[in-house]
Design a protein around this ligand. Sequence first.
Ligand code: PLP
Length: 373
Amino acid sequence: MKFNTLVIHGGIDGDKHTGAVTVPIYQTSTYKQPAPGEHTGYEYSRTGNPTRVALEQLVADLEKGHAGFAFGSGMAAISSVLMMFDSGDHFIFSDDLYGGTRRVVDKVFSKLGFNYSFVDTSSTEAIEKAINENTKAIYIETPTNPLMKLTDIKAVASVAKINDLLTIVDNTFMTPYLQRPIELGADIVLHSATKYLGGHSDLVAGVVVVNSEELAQRLHFIQNSVGAILGPQDSWLLIKGIKTLALRMERHCENARKVVEFLQKQSWVRNIYYPGLLMGDNANLKEQMSDFGGMISFDVESQEIMDKIFNNLKTFTLAESLGGVESLISVPALMTHASVPKEVRAQLGITDTLIRASVGVEDIEDILKDLTI
Ligand SMILES: *Cc1c(COP(=O)(O)O)cnc(C)c1O
């Protein structure tokens, strides 16, 4: 099946017991067993629930992986993946990681004896230098937030394979519509499904897709043991959101491209951070994403310009998060990245006048009107 069909008919399509066209919400904790020690495939809903399983098979199909897993948030998904490893194991992370991921690594997993290096993963040499005898995985985000730094997934996966490491990719910004890391050699792909997969700013969820039965068994063991699962109602809502993923992403990309073209003509814009402008002539990068997504960051000339924009907003909502049908706008230095020290922010390029936009699917004229000052 083609991707645009898979988002609608992938995983488990409808309900075989009744013919219902949509997967029912199996709001149950337990399942009647025909005899002691025998069951229908379901025993208890932490271990497995048919609505969640339908979602899990759907995301596995979309990411072209072996098996999928759904969790109560992106952070629950990320933490569960990290729990597949052992105390003393060493990880290499992108240095420009999502703040919550950096926090859980620095403040939670470090206490459990995990070792790690934050590396500029856009350089495979920097990755190779950071590998030691205890290194078990390379964990990347591409593009990163908010500066859209890009990492060559194929190059990272090949360094990982040579050194017997796993490649883990946070694919939240791109979604499998635009980028499928497993096809490029990654072993584990994860998402904050709160963002584009859900797509309507109406739920918090996380998903993971793995590329082998061995990894599937390890992760299922963690999912069942730790229990950070997604409930059946939110699983159903996420399936519903994913049905329009292809349509939404197409419009997100189209609108974002027009916003970039508009910003390029404004004298008050200093820098624009957008994958389409940052990939240079790296052939792998050009191949790894089929379009550039809906996220744009841009630096404006002054605080005054920033105030003008924020006083002019009608379509954009000033809010954290991203990936919903509605356009959202934020100031990383004051919001999502406020906890990063000012000097570090300055080093990274996150100025006080950097604006991040998650371009929604509204009419482009209304979106541009907000930015016309
Ligand atoms: C939001 C986000 C997360 C965390 O997901 P939650 O659903 O908020 O727990 C992880 N990675 C990226 C890239 C994100 O944008």
